[in-house]
Every structure is written in C-alpha cells, then in structure tokens.
Ligand binder design. Structure first.
Ligand code: WT7
Length: 656
C-alpha cells in the first residue's frame, strides 16, 4: 500500500480462498488475462456456459453501429425460462426460491415450481389482456412476491417492464408511463412500511388523471392493505381475479438477445429522467456471472439483497441473478428500523442468511441506532450463518466498513464493495471474495472482463495516485443499450465527443492507488446527487421547486452528510420579498412538502435558504461551486469580484 492508503489490508482466509469460485489472486489475474487476450472469446465462453439459449448465438460483439453495441445478436433465449424452468429441469423444483418476510413479520415460502406456476398464470393473464412482445408494462408495486412475479411474467412474454419505485410521486409515475408509452400498469391498493399502510392505487389514479397516459389500457391491482381502491370499470382489474382461471403453464416467448428486457428510469444532468434500456442476453449473462464470481453463490446459500425492486440493484440481485442461479433468497417488504433497528440482524438469524448485500446508508443508520439502543446492536443476534457481506450504491466510509466487518461479519466475512450503476446492469469494479485483498473504502479492481481506467479531459490515462474521470474502455455485455426514445442523448451522455466516442463515461471521478492500482470512487462529476444511495438530478429538484407558485428561481447542490452520504441543499429566490424567521421556516416546510409531492419524499431538500438573488457570473451563469462551498459552510475561496451583488452571499450563508 502507498502512503495515502495507510489503512489495513484484509486478506481472505485460506478457507474462503479454497472454496471460492475465483480462488486466489492468480485465478483472478488469469481471467483478466483471458479477457485481454481474446475479449470476445472470453465473453462468448461465459455466455455459452452460463446461459441457456433456445437458438445459440454465432455473433459475439457487433461494433458496426458504435456506440449502439450488440452482443450475441443472433441468439434467442428467454430470461424467465433461465430463471425458473431450467432450475426445475435440474431437479430444483421443490427448492425454496423466495422467502418473503412481510412488514409485520409474516413469512411466505415459494418454491421454484410454485414460482413458475405463479409467473405462468400471470403471463397468461397479461397475454389474455393483449399484452404482446415489445409492449411496455409499468410496475408500481411494493416489495412483494407479486413484484418479482410481475417482472418475470413480463420477461416470459417478451414485454418490456419498467418498474417505478413505490416512493415516487404521481407526477414521477405519470412522466415514466408517458415516456415509455406503457399499455399496462401493475400496482397495489397500498403498501405496508414500518407498521403503517400507505396508499398506492390512489397515487396511480392521480398519475393517470394528470393526463398523458392514454396508452394505458389496463390497471392491474394487487390487494395488499385492503385500502381505498376505486375502480374505473373496464380499465381496472384485481390481480387475484385476472390470474384465477389461468393455466399454470405458459410457453416462453423466445426473444433475440438484444430484445429490451426492461427500461429503468434514472436521473441525469437534465430535468428529465432517462429510460435506461437493457438487453436480454448480455444482461442475464452478467447477472449470473456476478452472482458466481462476486457473491460466490453456492447451492446452500441464503442470499439477501435488501434493495427495492424499484432500483437496478433489485432487478439484478433480487429478480434475476439469484433466481437464474437457482438460489434461495429473501424478499423483504419492510424497513430496517421496524419494529426496531435490530430487524436486519434478527432476519439474518431467523433465516440463516449466508450472503448479505446492503447499502452504506443503511449500515450508518444502524450503527447510530445501535449506539442509541444497545438492544438493537448486532451482537445480540446469532449472525454466524453469514459468510459474505456486500455494499452498494455509494462509497462506504472506512469507519462504517470496519463496523460492518467486525460487528456483522464477525471479522470472518469478506466485504465486497461493488461499484456499478443503473446503466452497467451489474458489478463493474468489485473485490472477488476469495481473490482480492480488501482495503476499506476501495472498490478495488475491475470485474474480470471489464476494462476500466481513470483518464483526464482528453481521455488520456492518468498515472496512479492522480485523480481523474472514470471510464470503461470496451463495451461489455450488460451495458445500457440506449436511452428509450432518445438515442442522441445516450450517445452524448455516455460516449461523448471529448473522448472521440470511444470511452464509456460513468459520471464518477476516481483515483487508483499508486502501488496496487486499486480504484477508489471519489463521487459524481456531473449534476447528480447520491442521497442515501438514491440517485437524484439537481435539475429535477430545481424544476420541481420552480413549479411552485412562490418560487422565481432555484439552484440545488449536494453537501456531504454523515448519515445519508449527501444531503440536498436548495438556494431559492422567491417571487415576493425574502422571508426571515418563522415566515421563512413555514415556506421551507411548504417547499419541502411540495418537492415530496412532485417527485417523492427522497427528493425533499434537507436545507432550503432564501436569497434576493443567486450568485451569478456576469454572463448570468449560476456559480455552483460557490453554492457548494456555502452549503458546506466553508469560507469562500473563489474570486467573487464578478458577482453582481456580493451581499447576497451573506443571505445564503445560513440555514433558515
Ligand atoms: C452511482 C450509480 C449500483 C446500483 C445502485 C445505484 C454510486 C454505486 C458505488 C460504490 C462508490 C458507488 C456512483 C454511481 N455508487 N456503487 N460501491 N462505491 N460509489 O445505482 O442509482 O445508478 O447510481 O452510485 O456514483 O455512479 P445508481
């Protein structure tokens, strides 16, 4: 380790190395070398070994229309077949696929055979409603068996799903339905979280009433809370009624490898979320390969990814990866703090979880909770079933890493700090548990076959030890294919001309260690924030703020936060006089609730400050770097001589 990385190095134990799919660093290096020497050959080998093809592919990577790359394009397959039927054919029909734990602790187990029957029934129901290959289906469901079933059923019939996180607002849902041109919306009457029943169908109704969702023919409603669900006759149908008389078998739709399995909307640098389009074959391959190499998945494992199916982590590591590898997994409806902050630890103990994958924000909040309430400390639970831990969504600070390692993993379990994105489909830079020595805070080395680098503005690689821009040098199978309906935005965002269209731009900064070449992610380099592992565009929040009748102008920046990673700070110019004191506090509340209603609670600014104007250059550009310093409470080091009205800096210095 170089001097900058004085932190301890954690080597895998001999036992972990011995049992691992990638056993020892030499095995890792051999895979990297294989991919370097014959890139297409490496991926083709994996795709033949890990995926079941109805029609085998003969083409591997097609770069003729770069950056719109194609993988395995003449192959045909079905993802649902790969996740369900083939496991049953291998004799795993009676193995538990999903252990569902409800918010109230009620447990439901579903075997592979039962899951296939549920998926087939719902696939048949969708077909009977006229949903066809290529149609878009929006899924707005809580964490549930039906959520996984709905996604798998879409995959089975070749419909392209787009899951919208259940915490998103009516506006956000409407925009996504509208952009996707969806024909069906699948939702629930409501959802349980932390002992409370929250509405979903009323929000879906509000979304559809906003207009722009005329492509929707049917709304299918899962009965969960028994809450208010007024039905539009002919359009709205109960889930349990549409599946009631459907046969338990259904022929999979064999689709081309490039067929869009799903769209998932995520935030970018503009106010409009982008529909990230994923493929079928390449995506499935990486879901399986990362389950095997990163999670080192074994037949007896009980795998638990705590993400929501509304995010990409829930797609790859709940709906697809674990099932495609015939694993047993936990699906959890509730929240980590209910009935108390020992919930995760109790569930690991009860279900004998072996591989646990969660976000740094959750870990930090549970550290805090355990400090406040010793009964919620993991030491009160038997966590000896665990053999591997994972982290995802944001950088994990070394202190949280060490706590996780010692108190949850019993200083026995490697931690895989997996760097990836909605756009990458699966892990990109991550330790492999039996191969990579760990350094807290570093996501270590690229996944075998992924060629990542740190470059300067011209696309030239910078020396180790020097920070720069994280890029991926070669297309990979599970990568984003395009932005739905906006191929030009795809090209400009991810294959910018600055890099001659040759390098994939992740949008993160990174630095590699001088000696080991290990990567550390230094944070986003665009206008994207990461709040509790959730990705938010500053422009989206600004658009929501200026849509309020009182707001003339708004600028949003992030500031480091001990708990949530980043916190949202909004600088706002109101149409009337600048409020102070209690009046200001009331407007802050009003605007926070407004953003919550426009986008969703996760987008609420933590801190809102009012000024008579925003700091701008002579040409009228908002000086964001200066706002970031103000948000952090730092001294202004920047030249402010171009400021039209320097007095406003004083107004913006303090929170209301
Ligand atoms: C952004 C992607 C990855 C699935 C969930 C989030 C940040 C993600 C890490 C990590 C440091 C990380 C990056 C990335 N990020 N994982 N292990 N270390 N940063 O997916 O919503 O598309 O967000 O999350 O900034 O670009 P997403």
């Amino acid at each position: 380790m170089s001097n900058e990385q004085q932190t301890r190095v954690y080597h895998p134990s001999a036992e972990v190395v011995k049992n691992a799919a990638v056993s020892g660093i030499d095995a890792y290096n051999a895979l990297v070398k294989e991919a370097e020497q014959d890139y297409e050959g490496y991926w083709a080998r994996q795709a033949r070994e890990l995926v079941d093809w109805k029609v085998p592919f003969t083409q591997v990577l097609d770069e003729s229309n770069a950056p719109f790359f194609k993988w395995f394009a003449d192959g045909k397959l079905n993802v649902s077949y790969n996740c369900l039927d083939r496991n049953i054919e291998k004799g795993l029909g009676d193995k538990v696929a999903i252990i569902f734990e409800a918010d109230d602790g009620h447990i439901t187990r579903v075997t592979y055979k039962e899951l296939l029957a549920k998926v087939s029934k719902f696939a048949n129901a969708l077909r009977s409603l006229g949903v066809k290959k290529g149609d878009r289906v929006v899924i707005y469901l809580p964490m549930s068996i039906e959520g996984v079933v709905a996604m798998q059923a879409c995959a089975r019939i070749g419909a392209t799903h787009s899951v919208v996180f259940g915490g998103f607002s009516a506006h956000a849902l409407r925009d996504r339905i509208n952009d996707a041109g969806a024909v069906t919306l699948i939702t629930a009457d409501g959802q349980f979280r932390g002992g409370k029943a929250l509405p979903l169908k009323p929000i879906a109704d509000e979304a559809l009433a906003l207009g722009g969702c005329e492509t929707i023919r049917n709304v299918i409603v899962v009965k969960r809370t028994g809450g208010d669900a007024s039905f539009v006759a002919g359009r709205d149908l109960w889930y349990h009624e549409v599946v009631a008389n459907q046969p338990e078998t259904s022929e999979p739709e064999w689709v081309e490898a490039e067929h869009p399995l799903f769209l998932l909307y995520t935030s970018g640098s503009t106010g409009k979320p982008k529909g990230v389009q994923h493929s079928t074959g390449g995506y499935l391959l990486h879901a399986i390969l990362t389950m095997q190499y990163t999670f080192d998945i074994k037949p007896d494992d009980v795998f638990w990814c705590t993400a929501d199916i509304g995010w990409v982590t829930g797609h790859t590591y709940i709906t697809y990866g674990p099932l495609a590898t015939g694993s047993t997994e936990i699906v959890f409806e509730g929240v980590p703090t209910y009935p108390d902050a020992g919930r995760f630890w109790k569930m690991i103990q009860d279900h004998k979880v072996t591989v646990f994958y969660t976000a740094p924000t959750a870990i930090r909040s549970l550290i805090k909770a355990a400090d406040a309430n010793p009964a919620a400390h993991p030491k009160n639970y038997d966590l000896t079933s665990l053999r591997l831990l994972g982290s995802v969504g944001e950088p994990i600070n070394p202190a949280a890493w060490e706590w996780y390692y010692e108190n949850v993993g019993g200083s026995r379990c490697p931690i895989v700090d997996t760097f990836w994105q909605t756009e990458t489909g699966g892990h990109m830079i991550t330790p492999l548990p039996g191969a990579t020595p760990l350094v807290p805070g570093s996501c270590t080395l690229p996944f075998p076959g992924i060629q990542a680098a740190v470059v300067d503005e011209t696309g030239t690689e910078v020396p180790n030890g020097q920070g720069g821009i994280l890029v991926v040098q070669r297309p990979w199978p599970s990568m984003i294919r395009t932005i739905w309906g906006d191929p030009e935005r795809f090209r400009k965002s991810y294959y910018p001309d600055d890099f001659k269209g040759k390098l994939y731009l992740a949008g993160d900064g990174a630095i590699r260690d001088k000696d080991t070449g290990y990567f550390t992610i230094t944070g986003r380099i665009d206008d994207v924030l990461n709040v509790s592992g959730h990705r938010m565009g500053t422009m989206e929040i600004e658009s929501a703020l200026v849509a309020h009748e009182k707001v003339a102008e708004a600028a949003v920046v992030g500031r480091p936060d001990d708990l949530t990673g980043e916190a949202i700070v909004a600088f706002v110019v109101l149409k009337g006089a600048r409020p102070t004191g209690e009046a200001a506090a009331a407007v802050v509340k009003e605007l926070q609730n407004w953003v919550g209603h426009e986008i969703g609670p996760i987008a609420k600014p933590k801190d809102i400050r009012f000024g008579e104007n925003l700091p701008k250059t002579r040409s009228g550009k908002i000086m964001r770097r200066l706002l970031r310093q103000l948000a952090k409470g730092e001294e202004i080091t920047q030249d402010t001589s171009t400021l039209e009205n320097p007095a406003i800096l004083d107004q913006l210095k303090h929170s209301v």
